[in-house]
Design a protein around this ligand. Structure first.
Ligand SMILES: [Zn+2]
Length: 402
């Protein structure tokens, strides 16, 4: 018997899994903890925290359960954890992308175009936009997605964007320091971001972020933004070293940020700093793809022992994709990662970047966020780029894609 989509009564045994990526080396082979011919049991009941994984192992030793699902020789992975996305926005930047791809001069200030459209949009329009993108991501296997503000840039609009983001995810990030809005001078704006705007936004967010880059916020300003957020109980993460070398990565490590995101232009000192600390390096190859920019050197980071995550950076300007499979394929083809490394970075790597231990792994007690590929192995995510391979998704034990 197969239980219906959305049914959460009783335990569920998923069997017939050709390759299971557990991300627990104790459970199986290599860093991905691979088990072949595997089974997983999801616990029954519907507690507040959702359903959990109750058993993982070889199918031959699987216990009985109330219901059964035959994976039919497909590969199973933890749901993707996309730890970097900008989903609350309005407006359209197709023409800007088109111009860039035609090699026409491209003026800065694309973020400001989105800001104007976002300020003019209603809560309902913005929320519907987030729901559409979260749904799109879910159909591609993403069961946890982070969401930033950053297209409001006024006290009221930043707080509004965070409240809307929180309707769709627990991982909400205050990014008032995305860019200096046209009506402000930089120092006055940093004062606002670290003062009145922070007061309005801190109750709605878990994280504080800043775009540390030439033309956005310099090292001192980024430090002021992150330190003020830390004082209000927010945990820092940062957009760092995307377009140029800069102080962002070292600042992230110094402040104990959960993640330094982009990491495209790194010095040896930056790599050493990341290797010495707990800050995850989150790579966002969709941004380099969409701007025809050189990719970050993932190989160098991995060889230095840095924890690497992969994310989409979904945003309307520089990376308008929700597809983690696409990012995995890019990471393998363009950034020197092996398929195993890229799959780990897109699942448990993302969980590390969000300091979560309940997702990104298929282990007993973890949240039952799972996906099946229409393929016998996780390697197909890179081997068959652009193919819709995600054939089933469970989120908190509930089948949400079938
Ligand atoms: Zn970003």
């Amino acid at each position: 018997m197969t239980r219906a989509v959305g049914d959460t009564t009783g335990s569920l045994l998923i069997t017939g899994i050709s390759t299971l990526v557990t991300n627990d080396p104790q459970l199986g082979e290599g860093p991905l903890g691979l088990i072949t011919d595997a089974a997983v049991v999801i616990s029954g009941g519907s507690g507040v925290s959702g359903e959990e994984i109750a058993w993982v192992g070889p199918a031959s030793r699987a216990p009985a359960a109330d219901q059964m699902y035959d994976a039919g020789g497909r590969a199973m992975l933890p749901g993707f954890v996309d730890s970097h996305a900008h989903l609350v926005f309005a407006g359209d930047r197709t023409a800007e992308f088109d111009a860039r791809m035609r090699g026409l001069p491209y003026t800065a200030g694309g973020i400001r175009t989105t800001v104007a459209a976002t300020r003019a949009a209603s809560d309902e329009e913005l929320s519907a936009g987030v729901a559409r993108l979260v749904g799109e991501a879910l159909r591609q296997g993403t069961t946890v997605i982070e969401c930033k503000s950053g297209y409001g840039l006024t006290v009221e609009d930043e707080a509004r964007l965070l409240r809307i983001a929180a309707q769709h995810t627990d991982e909400v990030t205050y990014l008032g320091a995305h860019v200096v809005p046209a009506e402000h001078d930089p120092d006055a704006y940093v004062e606002l971001v670290t003062g009145e705007m922070l007061d309005a936004c801190a109750p709605h967010a878990r994280w504080v972020d800043v775009f540390c880059e030439r033309g956005a916020f310099d090292g001192d300003q980024a430090r002021a933004v992150l330190e003020s957020g830390i004082k209000r109980g927010l945990v820092p993460r940062i957009h760092a070293n995307q377009l140029t070398h800069g102080p962002g990565v070292r600042l992230a490590v110094e402040l104990g940020a959960a993640s330094a995101d982009h990491c495209t232009h790194l010095t040896d000192a930056d790599v050493d700093a990341l290797a010495s600390g707990t800050t995850v390096a989150t790579l966002l190859p969709g941004a380099e793809f969409s701007t025809r920019a050189p990719y970050p050197n993932a190989r160098c980071l991995l060889d230095a022992g840095v924890t690497v995550a992969l994310s989409t950076d979904c945003n309307p300007g520089s990376s308008f994709t929700t597809s983690m499979p696409f990012c995995v394929a890019l990471a393998v083809r363009e950034m020197g990662m092996t398929p195993d490394e890229a799959v780990w970075a897109a699942t448990l790597g993302g969980a590390r970047a969000l300091r979560r231990d309940d997702v990104g792994r298929i282990v007993v007690g973890a949240r039952a966020d799972l996906m099946l590929l229409d393929a016998p192995s996780h390697v197909h995510l890179a081997y068959r780029p652009g193919v819709p391979l995600i054939s089933a998704v469970w989120q908190r034990g509930r089948q949400v894609v079938s």
